[in-house]
Ligand binder design. Sequence first.
Ligand code: UD1
Length: 406
Amino acid sequence: MKVLNIVGARPNFVKMAPLLAAMQKSTVIDPVLLHTGQHYDDQMSKVFFENLGLSKPDISLKCGGGSHAEQTAKIMLAIEPVLVENQIDLVVVVGDVNSTLATSLVASKLGIPIAHIEAGLRSFDEEMPEEINRIVTDRLSSYLFTTCEDAGQNLVNEGIDTSKIFFVGNLMIDSLIRMQHESRASTIHSDLNIPENYGVVTLHRPSNVDFPKTLHQILDALEVIQKDLALIWPLHPRTKKAIEREGVKNRLEAMKNMTCISPLSYLDNLALMEKAKVVMTDSGGIQEETTVLKVPCLTLRENTERPVTILQGTNQLVGVRRDDILEGYRKVPDVFPKAPPLWDGQAAGRIVQVLEEIAKRDQTPSSEVCRFGTAYTHGKAFDRHQKSSEESGGLLPTSEDGRSLR
Ligand code: UD1
């Protein structure tokens, strides 16, 4: 079975590396890797391939930059001939970026089945570009691989047939476990002269960095926090542009305990997060990684598509107002529950097992191990005000025996 695997942006590379490695061992799957070029800087792309041991793409498109429509359209136009000419049996897309959406639109119209990895995550916030990408991609996919139980329930609530849903665990965590030994050899701490106690900041969501009022609220909070704890902030290109546009560069430079740096490699970033006292972020993947690293995470957003990181991780949803961020910072806990089910480094193997069944039978497989069907409650929007089972009216995910996970 010829499988075309699509990557485009930073988090895609992290998820694809363990999956591609597992596919390359399969005697049934013939994997092809395509990079859309959505992320194109060495720091945002090349270094991730090197760090993760991800083989060079078989096909590279150059579809970086531009507005969402431009980016999506460029990828669609470039990918159609690839799909037509290469006799692809299945397309694998990961996550929720524009490359995921663009590929899914084209493949579905050509009648090529799509497998979506990290299906079913919902923030229930349709102002978020990634939420639109998730909903459309899931709707068009034939095989939906989920990372957590609430994602499966979201899909069922949207009318997706349970026979298409496979609960397999989290590829992001496969990479983390696979690369942890190497990340611990990183010299980032001595290179940057980082003190023993420090926090990490990462921000790139348009809703945070492209809205001056929000950006200023966040900076107000960071200004206070850095007086208490040294902060390291690897700046995403979008954020760097926003800071320059807003003319707040001087303000950041005046913060004595704040160090702004270029985007980090995967290994250095993992090393930096692992020893941090707290990570403040709006990234989806980092909410998951900190959960497994047992590092407190403050998510600077009003909602999250990853409620499992709050229920079973280290994550606190604090919003984007100065005072709320500061309150969350003061309330950082020091005891954490264990990692969510199947976040064990084995997700890639489970996905390949399902794909091999698809290849062999050319029909929906019947794997009992991976099939969705354990006990979940309702997949309602999880916002930061919905913090306990009681407060949420019993809407939080439960364990298999029906107990609340908190
Ligand atoms: C994208 C994803 C987001 C993901 C994030 C990880 C979408 C809708 N968003 O957001 O889900 O969490 O990647 O980083 O797909 N740029 C560079 N160099 C690069 C890449 C981007 O300068 O290597 C610039 C772009 O030209 C653009 C800005 O940074 O001006 C933002 O890039 P873009 O790909 O639009 O989205 P991200 O914010 O990175």
